[in-house]
Ligand binder design. Sequence first.
Ligand SMILES: [Zn+2]
Length: 152
Amino acid sequence: MSSNNTRCAACKYLRKKCPSDCIYSPYFPSNDPQRFENVHKIYGASNIARMLQKLPMKLREEAANSLHYEAHCRVNDPVYGCVGIIYQLQQELNEAFNQLVKTQTEIAFYLNFYGLSHESIDDPRVFQEDYSFGFGSSYTRPNTYGLMPFDP
Ligand SMILES: [Zn+2]
C-alpha cells in the first residue's frame, strides 16, 4: 500500500490509506492540503466523493476546481461566498456601463453639435460585443440602458 508520502491531501487529512484508484487523489494533491481542507469544511469529504463519482472523468477536474473555488470563497465570506464576488463584479460592470452610456451620450452630443454622423467615427458600441465571461448560455447579457438586476 501507499506510504504516508504518497497519500493524497484528502487521505492524509482523513487519516486513511490512499488506494491506487482514490477518487480524491488526482484533484487533491498532497502538496496542497489547504485545498482539500476548505472543500471538506464546506461540502464534506463523502459528498465530494459522491459528486466526483457521478461525473464523467473528463469533467471531474473542472468540478473539483469549481468546488475548491466556491469553498475558498465561502470560507472567506461565510454569508455570500462566491456570490459576493459575482455581485461585486456586476456592480463594477454596472458602473462601467453607466460610464459607457454617459460617454456615448457625450459623443452623440458633440457629433450633433459639429454636424457629424455617428458613422464618421469608429463606433464605440463595438465594446458591447461579448460579455459572456464564461457564464454560458444561462448568463443574460447586459445592455447599456437597463442595467442588470441582480439579487444574491
Ligand atoms: Zn487519496
